[in-house]
Write a protein that binds this ligand. Structure first.
Ligand code: DQQ
Length: 574
C-alpha cells in the first residue's frame, strides 16, 4: 500500500515526539515517558516553600477532595510517585489539625481496578448525612476513557482515613453511545449535593465541540446515577471545563454554608477551570432547583470579561465546607513558571496556595478571599509603621524582616485624586495595561506598592503595585504583579499579571497583603477583592540577599496609612 506524503509527515512527527519521550494525551496531560524517575532532590533548594504546602519531592497538581472529618482536615492531591513532571497520577494524602502543619500518609487512591488502571484523576469528597465521607474521582480505564468511580473509607474509626476501598461496581458513570459523552472530556466530579426531593446531584466537567459543559447526574442512593437530560450549565466557545465547583454562598453573612443549602438566603457560585487557557472563572447566580439549572446573574460570564479567583498562577481549585468553623475554604494549585528541565533539576514541581476563606461580597457581585487566619500563627517579629509619607520617586526599606518568608500588609491614603492619569477608553485589558505600564513606568498616582524578593541594588525584584486612573465618572484602580525583573535567569515565564480592583477610593482605604514564600508571591488587593499569585526564581534575592521595600514610582506623593510586616516561621508542610 502506498503511503502519501502527508502520512509520512505525520509518522515522522510522531516519531520525533516519541523519541523525545513526550506523548501528548490531551491538552493538559503531557506524558514525559523518559523523565519518570524519582531521584533524591538536591540539597540546595532556594525555591522550596516554608509554609505553602508541598511534598518533599516530585510533581503535584490539583488539590482533591479537601474535607474535615472528626476535627481533622484532609487534603488529597494529584501526585506523580515517579518524577517531577506530570504522570503516574495517584491521590497523595495529608492531614492537619490546623491547615498549616501537615502529616503525610500513603497515597489514598491509586490504580488498582480496571476502571482506574490508567490513572486516578481529580475528584471530590462528599460527607453523607450519617457523617461518612465518600470520594468520587475520575478513573482512566483500559480504553483510556474517563469514567467516574466511588471509594469509601475502609475503617471509619481511623481518624486519618488512611485506606480507601473502591466499589467493585465501578465505574458508576461512564461515556456510552447513548449518552453522547465525549470519553476524553468527562472528568472531575464535584462534591454532591442533595435537593429537597432527596435526590443527590453531582456535576462532571465536559465539552461538546467548543461548548463547555457541567454535566448533571442524579441519584437516590449514591450508587445508581442517571444523567440528566440537560447540563446544569453550559457556555459556548470556551472549550473543556475541568474541575467544576458548584456551591452556595450566604447573602449578607460571613458564615459559610453546606453544599446542599438552597433558598433565598444564598446565591450560588459555579467555577470552571478552562483547559485551553489554564485560567479559572467563576460566575455568581441562581440555582433554579425545579429545573435543575444554574442561571448566572446578568453580566456574570466564564471568560475574560468575567471574574477569576486569581489573576496569576492558580488552577484546578476546589472548595469545601468546614462544618466546625462554618466557613467555605478554597484550595488551588500553583504551578511552576520554570522550564521542565529546571523542575527536574530541583526534583519537584507545584505547590498548593494557602487555603482561603471565601465569602460573597456585600455587593453580591463578587467573592472575597482571605488567607485562613490559622496561617497568622506563623507570624513573628512584627515591624510596623503608620502615617508615613512615601514621596514620589522613593523607595523605603522595611527592616528586620526575613524577606524570603514574610506576610506583609500595607494600606495607603491617597490625596490629590484629581491628578490621576486619564484612563484611555481602549485600555480595557488589565493584564496588558500592567505589562505596558510596569513598575518602572511613571504616572502621577502610581506605581506604588511593594518590591518583594528584591536584591540589594534592585537588580532583582517582583513589584506588586497599584496605579490609579481617572475613568469616566469614577476612579479606576489597577493592581499589578510585575515579574519582569524577578530573576536574572532568562528562561522563566515572567508574564506580568493584572486586574482592575473594585474599590471605592473615596470611602475605602487601598490595601494590599502579600504572602511571600521563597518562590511564591501570593497577593490580595482590596482586602481580598482581587488576588494575584506569582512564581518567581530570584538568583540574588535568596536567603540573606533578599529585601523588602515599599515604593512609589509615581510623581505624586502617597501616604502609607499602615504597614505591618512579619517574618514567617517554617510550617511542617509535609
Ligand atoms: N488535572 C487532572 C484532571 C484535571 C486536570 C489530571 C486539571 O482530572 O482535569 O491530573 O489540572
Amino acid at each position: 500500500m502506498a503511503i502519501s506524503s502527508s502520512s509520512w509527515a505525520l509518522l515522522f512527527f510522531l516519531a520525533i515526539l516519541l523519541s523525545h519521550g513526550v506523548f501528548k494525551l490531551e491538552a493538559s496531560h503531557n506524558v514525559y515517558t523518559n523523565l519518570q524517575v524519582s531521584e533524591s532532590v538536591p540539597a540546595e533548594q532556594p525555591y522550596r516553600t516554608s509554609y505553602h504546602f508541598q511534598p518533599p519531592k516530585n510533581w503535584i497538581n490539583d488539590p482533591n477532595g479537601p474535607m474535615i472529618y472528626k476535627g481533622l482536615y484532609h487534603l488529597f492531591y494529584q501526585y506523580n510517585l515517579k518524577g517531577a513532571v506530570w504522570g503516574n497520577i495517584v491521590w497523595a494524602h495529608s492531614t492537619s489539625t490546623d491547615l498549616v502543619n501537615w502529616t503525610p500518609h500513603d497515597p489514598a487512591i491509586y490504580p488498582s481496578q480496571p476502571s482506574d488502571i490508567n490513572g486516578c484523576w481529580s475528584g471530590s469528597t462528599t460527607i453523607l448525612p450519617n457523617g461518612k465521607p465518600v470520594i468520587f474521582y475520575t478513573g482512566i480505564d483500559p480504553q483510556n476513557r474517563q469514567v467516574q468511580n466511588l471509594a469509601m473509607p475502609k475503617n471509619l474509626s481511623d481518624p486519618f482515613l488512611r485506606e480507601w476501598v473502591k466499589l467493585t461496581k465501578n465505574p458508576l458513570m461512564a461515556p456510552a453511545q447513548t449518552n453522547r459523552i465525549n470519553s476524553s472530556s468527562f472528568r472531575d466530579p464535584t462534591t454532591a449535593w442533595r435537593g429537597p426531593d432527596n435526590r443527590w446531584r453531582i456535576i462532571i466537567g465536559s465539552k461538546r465541540d467548543r461548548r463547555g459543559l457541567a454535566i448533571l447526574y442524579r441519584s437516590r442512593d449514591f450508587l445508581n446515577w442517571v444523567k440528566a437530560q440537560h447540563p446544569l450549565h453550559s457556555a459556548k466557545g470556551n472549550g473543556m471545563w475541568e474541575c467544576p465547583d458548584f456551591f452556595p454562598v450566604a447573602v449578607d453573612s460571613p458564615i459559610g454554608v453546606d453544599t446542599s443549602v438552597i433558598g433565598n438566603k444564598v446565591k450560588h457560585v459555579l467555577k470552571v477551570s478552562l483547559d485551553d487557557t489554564k485560567h479559572e472563572y467563576y460566575t455568581i447566580g441562581t440555582y433554579a432547583i425545579k429545573k435543575d439549572k444554574y442561571i448566572p446573574d446578568e453580566g456574570s460570564v466564564e471568560s475574560d470579561a468575567g471574574l477569576r479567583y486569581d489573576y496569576g498562577k492558580f488552577y484546578a481549585s476546589k472548595t469545601f465546607f468546614d462544618s466546625v468553623k462554618r466557613r467555605r475554604i478554597l484550595w488551588g494549585w500553583i504551578n511552576e513558571s520554570s522550564s521542565v528541565n529546571d523542575d527536574i533539576n530541583k526534583g519537584w514541581a507545584g505547590v498548593q496556595a494557602i487555603p482561603r476563606t471565601l465569602l460573597l461580597d456585600k455587593s453580591g457581585k463578587q467573592l472575597i478571599q482571605w488567607p485562613v487566619p490559622e496561617i497568622e500563627k506563623l507570624r513573628i517579629n512584627q515591624v510596623n509603621f503608620s502615617n508615613k509619607l512615601l514621596k514620589g520617586g522613593s523607595v523605603l526599606k522595611v527592616p528586620k524582616v526575613t524577606a524570603t518568608q514574610a506576610d506583609v500588609e500595607i494600606s495607603f491614603k491617597i490625596s490629590g485624586l484629581e491628578k490621576a492619569e486619564v484612563l484611555d477608553p481602549t485600555w480595557t485589558n488589565p493584564q496588558i495595561l500592567c505589562s505596558q505600564k510596569g513598575a518602572s513606568v511613571k504616572s502621577s498616582l502610581g506605581p506604588f506598592g511593594l518590591l518583594v524578593l528584591a536584591s540589594n541594588g534592585l537588580k532583582e525584584y517582583t513589584a506588586v503595585f497599584f496605579r490609579i486612573f481617572k475613568g469616566h465618572n469614577k476612579y479606576v484602580v489597577l493592581l499589578c504583579s510585575d515579574q519582569s525583573r524577578s530573576s536574572l535567569k532568562q528562561d522563566n515565564d515572567k508574564t506580568t499579571y493584572g486586574v482592575f480592583l473594585n474599590v471605592d477610593l473615596v470611602h475605602e482605604t487601598l490595601s494590599l497583603r502579600s504572602l511571600i514564600d521563597h518562590s511564591i508571591v501570593e497577593s490580595f488587593g482590596g482586602k481580598g477583592k482581587a488576588c494575584i499569585t506569582a512564581r518567581v526564581y530570584p538568583t540574588l534575592a535568596i536567603g540573606d540577599g533578599a529585601y523588602l521595600f515599599a515604593f512609589n514610582n509615581g510623581t505624586q506623593d502617597v501616604e502609607i496609612a499602615n504597614l505591618n510586616a512579619w517574618s514567617m516561621k517554617k510550617a511542617k508542610i509535609n
